[in-house]
Design a binder for this molecule. Structure first.
Ligand code: SME
Length: 167
């Protein structure tokens, strides 16, 4: 059983480190993609404050399709190049957006969202989806978060065979 009470007394970087520790414990012993990424959303939500949405979109037949998440219901599909998520896939790089209202083409799934961090999931040159975090706080995500969430995706990539998502 995961204990998350400990995060209450931690500063931001300690919380992010603890998140990676929990992640390794959880995904290191399971190979199933949906089980792992579902737990990742729960671990993020438990460790990181001020998030109204945390989840995955997975590449399916050329579109990003909604995967496991924590938060309100969100749009089902996003085209490559559209919104913050589709841009992360098109450019193959993390999108750190301090104010979503200033991002051309931002897709508003939850009107509470004011800032966003999207990390593309790329393994051996192939894009498998994105990790998407939304916050009601403008400027919530900093360089520190980019570093830790890219590390999270790197660890997830080590243990996850994305080709087996439907097995
Ligand atoms: N804002 C995202 C859409 C997904 S929701 O935030 C959950 C985007 O612009 O791609």
């Amino acid at each position: 059983m995961i204990k998350v009470d400990a995060v209450d007394k931690m500063n931001e970087e300690e919380r992010l480190k603890y998140m990676l520790l929990l992640l390794k414990g959880q995904v290191g012993s399971e190979k199933d993609v949906l089980a792992n990424i579902s737990n990742v959303t729960a671990i993020i939500k438990a460790c990181v404050e001020d998030l109204n949405w945390a989840g995955f979109y997975l590449m399916k037949n050329g579109d990003l399709v909604l995967g496991p998440f924590q938060g309100l219901p969100a749009c089902n599909r996003i085209e490559i190049g559209k919104g913050v998520c589709g841009t992360a896939i098109e450019e193959g790089k993390t999108q750190l957006v301090p104010d979503v209202h200033l991002f051309p083409g931002h897709i508003a799934c939850d009107s509470a969202s004011n800032s966003e961090l999207v990390v593309p999931i790329i393994k051996k040159g192939k894009a498998y989806g994105v990790l998407d975090l939304d916050s009601p706080v403008k400027g919530r995500f900093k360089e520190l978060h980019r570093v830790y969430f890219e590390k999270l995706v790197e660890i997830l990539n080590q243990y996850t065979d994305w080709e087996k998502v439907t097995e």
